[in-house]
Design a binder for this molecule. Structure first.
Ligand SMILES: NC(=O)c1ccc[n+]([C@@H]2O[C@H](COP(=O)([O-])OP(=O)(O)OC[C@H]3O[C@@H](n4cnc5c(N)ncnc54)[C@H](OP(=O)(O)O)[C@@H]3O)[C@@H](O)[C@H]2O)c1
Length: 341
């Protein structure tokens, strides 16, 4: 099968379309033919080794000290089950599924194997393959931070900094679903988008500084790393939470101590990739309460262009890469995918 592999960190040019062995499912595994995947912020960080200030060493320890440990990127996908191991009972060939390999990566390929009980769930009928593939990365991060960790409640005032990204657009929708009053911070060009997702107020960060205004929030959710505690504590109510999805190293390491001093709370770290969170987000999408935002859709043959767009830092929601036959017209002729239905 074809997959994009990389053996050194760098620009999108480090990615090579390579033929690698098609995986064979073990007795408890499911083989999925991928129909759509995305280039996420996780792929961008792992490929370029772009880490928040002070976290370069941690990045190398995680992704590989001398070079990438996982040669195939891709954190999320949708597709159709092609084969199952002898012990698998929950899936059968032909089932449409959504998968979230997350930090295990591996979805920038024609096929992937996933454990039956892993981060793999049935795909709802109301989603396209592109929408389904766009759901796990942003959706589960938003759900884990807002529902499980910050405990956002109906009626609370929540500010989402970076509301147009994959994580931010999911945060706006999940905060609204929880009944919060949502203020979205984005650039003017994305104001209509975030309003359409349910934002009650929109602040154009190029025109206004929310941290210098008088409005107070029960929670400030930072997905851009421009809302350190020092800057935003004045707009947090007493016992308000700063939810650091992306943030400064100082806040991540010492935020809890600083926050005690300021009578505020910080919530940071890495989002859980648990299967039940993926299922909860997929259920919301099936009920029409969560709609993944898609910026652009690229063919698998132009994966580098998809990465280059993500590298701009300007994407809205997800950048999808399609492996459906019509998107594979330019993949080399010996690809086993050619001509497949
Ligand atoms: N802690 C965790 O476990 C966890 C999990 C997932 C992701 N993350 C991190 O979360 C961050 C966001 O991920 P993502 O997938 O949402 O990224 P993304 O989709 O690439 O974010 C791009 C968006 O950010 C907006 N943006 C850029 N600068 C901004 C600013 N100063 N103010 C407001 N908006 C701004 C851009 O809008 P404009 O073009 O209008 O500027 C663009 O729409 C990444 O750093 C990622 O590594 C952390």
């Amino acid at each position: 099968m074809f997959a994009y592999t990389y053996s050194r960190y760098g620009a999108p040019e480090v990615l090579e379309l390579t033929q690698v062995p098609k995986p064979t499912p073990k007795p408890s595994e499911v083989l999925v033919k991928i129909h759509a995947t995305t280039v996420s912020a996780g792929d961008w960080r792992a490929r370029s080794l772009t880490m928040p200030n002070g976290m370069a060493l941690m990045g190398r320890l995680f992704f590989g000290i001398t070079g990438p440990r996982k040669p195939i990127l891709g954190t999320e996908f949708s597709g159709v089950v092609e084969a199952v191991g002898a012990e698998v009972t929950a899936y059968a060939p032909g089932d449409a599924v959504i998968g979230f390999p997350g930090a295990s990566f591996g979805a920038h390929a024609e096929y992937i194997v996933m454990p039956e009980g892993g981060k793999l769930v049935p795909m709802p009928e109301n989603l396209s393959f592109a929408e389904a593939a766009s759901l796990p990365f942003g959706g589960t991060t938003a759900f884990d931070f807002l529902v499980n960790r910050a405990g956002i409640k109906a009626g609370e005032a929540v500010l989402i900094n970076g509301a147009s990204g994959a994580v931010g657009s999911a945060c706006v929708q999940i905060a609204k679903h929880l009944g919060a009053h949502v203020t979205a911070v984005c650039s003017g060009k994305n104001a209509d988008l975030v309003r359409s997702l349910g934002a009650d107020e929109v602040i154009d960060y190029k025109q206004r500084d929310f941290a210098a205004e008088a409005t107070l929030f029960d929670a400030v959710v930072d997905t851009v790393a421009t809302a350190p505690l020092k800057r935003v504590r004045h707009v947090l109510r007493p016992r308000g939470r700063l939810v650091i999805i992306a943030g400064s190293t100082t806040d991540l390491l010492f935020g809890a101590v600083k926050a005690l001093f300021y009578r505020r709370k910080t919530i940071g770290g890495v989002a859980s990739e648990a299967r039940d969170i993926l299922q909860a987000v997929v259920d919301l999408a099936a009920e029409g309460q969560f709609q993944p935002v898609i910026d652009r859709c690229y063919g698998f043959d132009v994966m580098r262009a998809a990465h280059a767009h993500v590298d701009t830092g300007r994407k809205k929601g997800a950048v999808v890469v399609s492996l459906l036959p019509e998107a594979l017209a330019n993949v080399p002729k010996d690809s086993p995918q050619q001509g497949a239905a």
